[in-house]
Design a protein around this ligand. Structure first.
Ligand code: NAP
Length: 251
């Protein structure tokens, strides 16, 4: 790996690395040389095996990120695995779909806890550890719905707008202290998160036709962007929301 992008000797925490985009980014970071700490609430065996196949270490932490009172312990457990966390990827997220007028309080709170409250707390607490070390990289996973409202997803859209805001807010305070905070806003990627809209032929056709590249993204398409934001190559990139969307935002 070119030294500008090399992550040898670094430890990266990735939330929601069991599958989908989190798994793709964990493998990208491992390919660049990082050891991985996966935080998730179901079995991470597949990602662990793939990371170890690349010759890197994988540490598994079982935690439900909806449980806000447990997050401080999760951060301490993660730091204790290797003694130093260099990179945090706040990837875990959920989506609930319902017409706005029928959107329930419980769906609202579930989405806000996982997509926004846990991102705030993990960023704050891992960030404090990084500030003590004088360096670190935090990469939050935003969305096209950090810019747009979407359909039937008011909580998801609200929380993804918040992720962009949190990214800029933390970046302003920490950039001069060695910790860069950025976000990746994926466009439309083929994962479980988007299975429902890919099954709706009209929406699938509309989305595919609007994407200038005319195809849905794949988890491995985030490997390069996440390694860029985690590595020396992006030293002067801070507070940025990087769209990786096949051109969706331009069309
Ligand atoms: P996914 O396939 O549904 O995977 C979601 C991941 O989050 C899984 O690893 C899941 O763990 C984990 N997770 C969910 N709730 C959790 C909780 N309470 N505690 C711990 N882990 C939890 O979704 P994805 O498409 O890869 O999405 C990943 C991120 O990208 C999300 O933040 C999503 O909003 C964002 N995003 C996705 C797209 C897209 O097109 N796919 C576009 C823009 C942004 P389990 O496997 O244990 O359930």
């Amino acid at each position: 790996m070119n030294s500008l992008f090399a992550l040898e000797g670094k430890t990266a925490v990735v939330t929601g690395a069991t599958r989908g985009l989190g798994q793709g980014m964990a493998l990208g970071l491992a390919e660049a040389g990082a050891d991985i700490i996966g935080i998730g609430y179901s079995d991470q065996a597949e990602t662990k095996a793939a990371v170890e196949k690349l010759g890197r270490k994988f540490f598994e932490i079982n935690a439900d990120l909806a449980q806000q009172d447990k997050l401080a312990d999760v951060v301490q457990e993660a730091i204790s695995k290797t003694g130093k966390v260099d990179i945090l990827v706040n990837n875990a997220g959920i989506i609930r779909r319902e017409q706005a007028e029928n959107f329930s309080d419980s769906d609202w709170h579930d989405v806000v806890d996982v997509n926004m409250n846990s991102v705030f707390k993990l960023t704050r607490d891992f960030g404090k550890h990084m500030l003590e070390n004088g360096s670190g990289r935090i990469i939050n996973i935003a969305s096209m719905l950090s810019f747009q409202g979407g359909l039937k997803v008011p909580a998801y859209s609200a929380t993804k707008h918040a992720v962009a805001g949190l990214t800029k807010s933390f970046a302003n305070e920490w950039g001069s202290r060695g910790v860069n905070v950025n976000a990746i806003a994926p466009g439309y990627f083929a994962t479980d998160n988007t299975a429902a809209i890919r099954e709706d032929k009209d929406r699938n056709d509309y989305i595919t036709s609007r994407i200038p590249k005319k195809i849905w993204g794949k988890p491995e398409d985030l490997k390069g962007p996440v390694v860029f934001l985690a590595s020396e190559s992006s030293n002067y990139v801070n507070g940025h929301v990087l769209c990786v969307d096949g051109g969706w935002m331009s069309s």
